[in-house]
Design a protein around this ligand. Sequence first.
Ligand SMILES: [Zn+2]
Length: 422
Amino acid sequence: MKMTEEHRKLLFGLYPPKSFANGKFHKISAFSNVGVIETSEGLVLFDISSKLNGPRVFKALREITDKPIKYIIYSHGHFDHCFGYLPFLEEIKGKGWEMPQVVAHENLIDRFEKYRMLDEYLNWLHDQQFGSVLGKNKQYNSAQETLNPTILLRGNENYNFKLGEYTFELYHDKGETDDQIWMFVPEEKVLLTGDFIISVFPNIGNPYKVQRYPKDWARALEKMIEKEPEYLIPGQGPLIESKEKIKEILSITAEVLNFVHDEVVKRLNQGKWFEQIYYEMLEIFPEKFNHEILAQVYGCYRFAIHAVYRLYHGWYDTGNPTDLFPAKKSEIANEFLKICDVEKYYIRAKKLFAEGRLQLALHILDVIINATEKISSEILINAYKLKIKILQQKEENEPSFIASNIYLNEVNKLKLKIINFK
Ligand SMILES: [Zn+2]
């Protein structure tokens, strides 16, 4: 299923604020969701959005309530969840209010440190993942300044506190990250999941991102089911209000994570290499996972297979020693062109394209594109043009926004190459 307008709204948080449970709970969306709980003694915020969207969240919050913030809870250290604090700090200073407590898991400290170490790299990476859609935005990612936690959950410990009429139960489980916290407010049975639930297929096995934790993720969701929540604020997407629907969403998400995990593990134990596991897994995808909450418009099943394999396996993934220390792709391409004329590759790629065998056509075209030996500029430009066409066609049929972006980035790069040729 290709991304719909509803998915776009969901992924970019294009929703008006939503209040529920006696008007004391609010969900504010700006890319990711911010959960707000109004108590008689002040506000509890679950996440505080990104640097880019913080002002939008602040404005929306202050249209709802003017109470001071007493607690900020970080669901995890990702950029769209804890970097939007600036307008909130300005308000606190301006009004002379006390600083709120900021609660996080201890692993978040290391995460912020890692972000500082990798500042430029992460900017580059986010431009890769989102650049063709969101544009390039340098300040989007910097962790040089952060609002640091004042209360840390250590190891697997939980943390409970009371403010006004509500109890706040905080639990740590690994999932999308190793520093995740989810929250339950028992008085109104409200569950705030952070990115454990993002209203589409879990973002696991993202081609750009570090390891994520499918089995722990599924266990966390199973723990959430035991709470019998009646409201669910996900990391992204609309508020979910029916008890049955929430149970269904948590269950099917746990189920798909368990499925991918266990099926890859089974095949690892059978001594299979990645290619075999991957293609076998594509054949056995159960129909029931074609569920709206598992729409593969961001993360996808194909990525999830990688996630599990990588969790338990090193980088040597073919079982063929040729691939252990491979020659440069350009040298290999040069050798192929010595065996067979460049035009034959182009003609073959065109034929494969005409037959709709797009992926194979790409591999053949790459022999021409990767080669560093002198090739006529006419053939090279034709190869670029054909690759653009193929990538565009793949993009049109690609549900995953992340994969789509990878195709589009390359299209843009190739178009530039053609311009520079003239
Ligand atoms: Zn996240």
